[in-house]
Design a protein around this ligand. Structure first.
Ligand SMILES: Cc1cc2nc3c(=O)[nH]c(=O)nc-3n(C[C@H](O)[C@H](O)[C@H](O)COP(=O)(O)OP(=O)(O)OC[C@H]3O[C@@H](n4cnc5c(N)ncnc54)[C@H](O)[C@@H]3O)c2cc1C
Length: 565
């Protein structure tokens, strides 16, 4: 008989969005929960993220008067995601769409503050069931001092690197602050909020740090233990059922019995080079391009695979095309593809995608194109009017870090032919591509790829650009180019789970006592990113569902057993 060191109802592996909401839901159901986090800091990629959560027909958007419905959202899944197998079965979509709004209300009732990201459109807003105003919500700015000593243990968020208390839906206005009165007003509000917080000595958190910070504060207030530097090492199985875990705490092994189940909410395998090599398929990726949190190394996923769990979509990731500016400044060139006077081209100098589409869509297009013409990496091309018009660092429109040019990462030439030569791409192809693009761009159309056709495309364009926010000719020398690689914010294939987040074996049967969510699983989003927050919504909703199932009447409890006092 196993000599357990401690016993709880529900063991949760990983302290990201899925793990934290599951802990709160289990606690609310009267069950004891324990969160294991292998890193020193809490929150995983969720804390580092924009903290945006895409939940159709959610109570926050409803309160804002934005119409939506279950039927529209289901039709949207069918139109965009299509048939990708069990990860996005009808049952799982149904579970996501019904439990999503409930999960948001559950958190609101506990005191988590959210706002609707008005105008942050669905990424396929012009497909059936898409919503132009957007279905995403994000956490309100929140004073992290509530966390006391735990504030130090929170994974730093997106806004921290900018030094601004900016919400994610505001961030797109910051880089256009000089382009419209509306964008300037939003930027001024962010600056005032930031300075006011500093004057009050607040630790004002926004984005994912606010989301995790608020949930962590609730967990701590409820006495839910959150163990950091406590990695899961293996699952413990008795009679075919997961009954606990072997983990490490304070450097020593610890055996934890899980009466009602174990939830794997430990993220994906973005930083595991071997796994990415093994499962990459037609989308092979060097793990070094990922900006997922450092804990994304896949060993929790492997524990379940060793038990015979089914996997799917293992070659897929939440792709993020990344201009290779290296250490020479956090320029805003990653947003360039969505603004006028820019294109992406392959080695033949040809366009291959609607550059304004979502990061996932463009990343996938890079791989697809690479099958016939080198597009990994591809090249971002723009002209000098683009350089002059936009802010590339924190402010100062028109100014690139000098070292970016000197390093050779940013290439500059007076003719497109010379630019192509510097990049090793076909000169004639590039000239022909730019000529054709320009003829259409001045009319505000892109008959080749439909750039700018959707509300989402336009939402991230230049609000003040005539005749079109996404389209403008590349016609003012010198011309510029930067290499672009398919980075990612995490992998999104993994364990196949059912509508209760139970992990399925090769016969489609649930593995007793084992649940999984988030990037540990094959996502309900399939091979698409339906809107801002699609990934965090996936982990939070199925984390919530796992906790409800494990602690509810449908879950099963292992027989009581003698435990050390
Ligand atoms: C910069 C950035 C911005 C993003 N913005 C958004 C956004 O606004 N909206 C959105 O939807 N998505 C966004 N994403 C993607 C999103 O953050 C992630 O896909 C999502 O948060 C993953 O959630 P998760 O619960 O699966 O994993 P995580 O949030 O990564 O949590 C997993 C945790 O498990 C821990 N862990 C791993 N292995 C073990 C182990 N063996 N034992 C114990 N603990 C373990 C990890 O250390 C980690 O802390 C962004 C990502 C990044 C990097």
């Amino acid at each position: 008989m196993t000599e357990w060191d401690t016993t709880v109802d529900f063991v949760i592996v990983g302290s990201g969005g899925g793990g934290m909401v599951a802990a709160l839901a289990a606690n609310a159901a009267g069950a004891s929960a324990l969160v294991l986090e292998k890193q020193e800091r809490v929150g995983g990629s969720t804390a580092m993220s924009g903290g945006v959560v895409w939940v159709p027909d959610n109570p926050v958007m409803r309160a804002d008067g934005v119409p939506d419905s279950y039927d529209d959202a289901m039709a949207h899944f069918e139109a965009v995601v299509g048939d990708v197998g069990p990860a996005s079965s009808f049952e799982r979509r149904h579970a996501f769409l019904t439990a999503g709004p409930e999960m948001v209300s559950f958190l609101q009732d506990l005191g988590v503050g959210f706002v609707h990201c008005l105008g942050y459109s669905d990424y396929y807003s012009n497909a059936t069931g898409g919503v132009d105003e957007g279905r995403a919500i994000e956490p309100v700015p929140w004073d992290g001092r509530v966390l006391g000593a735990w504030l130090e243990k929170l994974q730093p968020g997106l806004a921290q690197s900018l030094g601004l208390a900016v919400m994610t839906n505001e961030a797109r206005s910051l880089s256009h602050y000089n382009r419209s009165i509306g964008a300037f007003a939003v930027s001024a509000r962010v600056a005032i909020r930031t300075f006011a917080a500093r004057a009050r000595r607040q630790a004002l958190l926004t984005n994912g740090a606010s989301l995790i910070g608020q949930m962590l504060a609730l967990a701590l207030a409820r006495g839910i233990p959150v163990w950091t530097e406590a990695p899961l090492e293996d699952l413990i199985v008795e009679n075919g059922r997961v009954v606990g875990v072997r983990a490490v705490r304070d450097g020593a092994p610890v055996l934890i019995r899980a009466r009602r189940g174990v939830l794997l909410a430990a993220g994906g395998f973005a930083h595991n080079t071997e796994m990415r090599g093994e499962y990459g398929g037609d989308q092979p990726n060097r793990a070094k391009w990922s900006i997922a949190n450092a804990g994304d190394t896949g060993e929790a996923l492997q524990t379940a695979m060793r038990l015979g769990a089914q996997t799917a979509l293992m070659d897929e990731a939440w792709w993020l095309p990344a201009p290779r500016t290296g250490k020479f400044g956090q320029s805003t060139l990653d947003q360039a593809r969505q603004r006028p006077r820019t294109i992406y081209v392959d080695a033949a100098g040809h366009r291959f995608v609607n550059e304004s589409n979502s990061y996932m869509e463009v990343g996938k297009a890079m791989y697809a194109r690479d099958q016939t013409s080198r597009a990994v990496p591809c090249w971002l091309i723009f002209d000098d009017r683009y350089r002059k018009r936009y802010a590339h660092l924190r402010s100062s429109p028109g100014r690139f870090p000098r070292k970016l040019l000197e390093s050779g990462r940013l290439k500059q030439a007076w003719t497109l032919d010379d630019l192509a030569r510097m990049c090793g791409i076909d000169g004639a192809g590039l000239v022909e591509t730019v000529e054709r693009f320009n003829v259409n761009a001045v009319q505000g159309i892109d008959p080749d790829y439909g750039r700018g056709d959707s509300a989402y495309n336009r939402a991230l364009g230049d609000p003040n650009h005539k005749v079109h926010p996404c389209l403008g000719p590349i016609d003012e020398p010198p011309y510029y180019a930067v290499e672009v690689v398919p980075g990612d914010i995490g992998t999104c294939g993994g364990l196949v789970t059912d509508e209760h987040a139970r992990v399925l074996d090769q016969r489609d049967e649930p593995i007793g006592g084992l649940y999984a969510t988030g990037n540990n699983t094959a996502t309900v989003m399939g091979r698409h990113y339906l809107g801002p927050g699609a990934s965090i919504a996936n982990t939070m909703v199925f984390g919530y569902l796992a906790a409800l199932h494990a602690t509810g009447p449908e879950g099963t409890e292992i027989e009581s057993q003698h435990e050390p006092g």
